[in-house]
Design a protein around this ligand. Structure first.
Ligand SMILES: *Cc1c(COP(=O)(O)O)cnc(C)c1O
Length: 397
């Protein structure tokens, strides 16, 4: 080894390691997979129905419909609410691409409003100003003056596992007659300060079981929950190409089915979800304490979370000074991090046709420049967490 080589990291702390969770449940999961294989019933079988019932109950909703991914949950929710060409949906510019991508794929126009700097969630103040100043009621429809589009729905995102300000957003939706689709892909089991659960506020809640979410499948999977029996039925029909009965199509849907094998895995994992989310909260509290004790002042801002609410920390995201150099320093120390999200959606090339400019949503743009996600998965130990804190403190000293 050359004398100039950097010292080897004392510890490796990856952003996420799914292997310990699998090892703990391996025998049980392999047994249910074997059961599905023995039955050779791979499509919409008993495991899907069981998962739908249990996730609906967990999310405090009456109905659940399993779908192929979180993205397809959002898309089919928009389709079920008849949102399409000529319609507009208000959402956040600072989220995973699928939120606005599905609005555009449904044929509608995403309308972005800025976020709160503390929680990174859609700012009710910004939504209220848009509705009040840029829209008007014409013939029973809410029209966006500049585009002439019909503003039909609100799609808040419970980013990183923290419920958006749904009290204020639902009040706006009520006042302006908007439907509400909750993008709860990162927030299964999160509660707001009044103890109300993600997905239980709006018309349809959308969940993702992508492997990195708090409840992760062995591939792609998702679910829609709702309290409206009519909407649940529409989603069920759209999930199988809009067929009802089979081979008769009154509407055009898609193949949005949840795989039986994925549902079987998720049924094994679901009873552990609360303990995993509690472990993420414990890890977050450990970071909060450690970083406060390190006395880094303005250089590092820990996540803003209402102590009365239940944040499930799908991500633990810092706002930091000199973000990109800190990230390199942590990589050299063996600590995995990620930037969620480096380019806000209004500045994505594919949305150039919306005509947005840099500077239009300053909080979203600042978040994209300043934030960094740390490893937060449940199996992390105190030794790893302390090492991450020390590595951050070392960078600023
Ligand atoms: C993960 C995610 C999605 C999409 O879920 P997939 O299952 O990956 O399709 C949508 N919105 C947000 C906010 C997400 O984090």
């Amino acid at each position: 080894m050359a004398v100039t080589d950097p010292p080897r990291p004392r510890l490796q702390v990856p952003l996420l390691d799914l292997k310990p969770q699998y090892q703990a449940l391996r025998a049980e999961i392999l047994a249910v997979l074997e059961k599905v294989c023995a039955s050779q019933a791979f499509i919409l079988g008993p495991a899907v129905r069981e998962l739908e019932r249990r996730i609906a109950e967990y999310s405090r909703c009456r109905h659940g419909v399993g779908v192929s991914s979180g993205t397809d949950a959002l898309l089919v929710a928009l389709m079920a609410l008849d949102i399409g060409p000529g319609d507009e949906v208000i959402t956040s510019p600072y989220t995973f691409f699928a939120t606005a991508g599905t609005i555009a794929r449904a044929g509608a126009r995403p309308v972005f409003c800025d976020i709160e700097p503390g929680t990174y969630n859609l700012a009710p103040g910004a939504v209220g100003s848009f509705l009040e100043q840029q829209c008007e009621s014409r013939g029973g429809e809410l029209i966006h003056r500049r585009t002439g589009g019909r503003v039909k729905a609100l799609m808040p995102v419970h980013l990183y596992g923290q419920v958006a300000d749904m009290t204020a957003l639902m009040a706006l939706a009520g006042r302006y007659g908007l439907r509400v689709i909750e993008d709860a892909a990162q927030a299964i089991g999160a509660d707001d300060a009044e103890g109300r659960r993600a997905c239980s506020f709006g018309d349809i809640g959308c969940l993702s079981f992508f492997p990195t979410k708090n409840l992760g499948a062995f591939g792609d999977a998702g679910l829609c929950v709702t309290n409206d029996a009519g909407l649940a039925e529409r989603i069920e029909v759209l999930r199988v190409h809009g067929a009802k009965p089979k081979y008769y199509h009154a509407s055009i849907g898609g193949n949005f089915r949840l795989d039986e094998l994925q549902a079987a895995v998720l049924n094994v994992k679901l009873p552990h979800l609360d303990a995993w989310s509690a472990a993420r909260r414990r890890n977050a509290a450990c970071y909060d304490r450690g970083l406060a004790a390190a006395g880094l002042g303005e250089a590092v801002r820990t996540p803003h979370a209402d102590p009365r609410a239940r944040h499930i920390y799908n991500q633990y995201v810092l706002r930091v000074r000199d973000r990109d150099r800190l990230r390199q320093h942590l990589a050299d120390a063996g600590v995995g991090t990620e930037i969620y999200y480096p380019v806000p959606l209004h500045l994505q090339q594919c949305f150039a046709y919306l005509g947005h400019r840099a500077g239009e949503f300053p909080e979203a743009e600042r978040a994209a420049r300043e934030t960094l996600a740390l490893p937060i998965y449940p199996e992390l130990g105190e030794r790893e967490l302390t090492y991450v804190v020390d590595s951050i403190a070392g960078f600023y000293r």
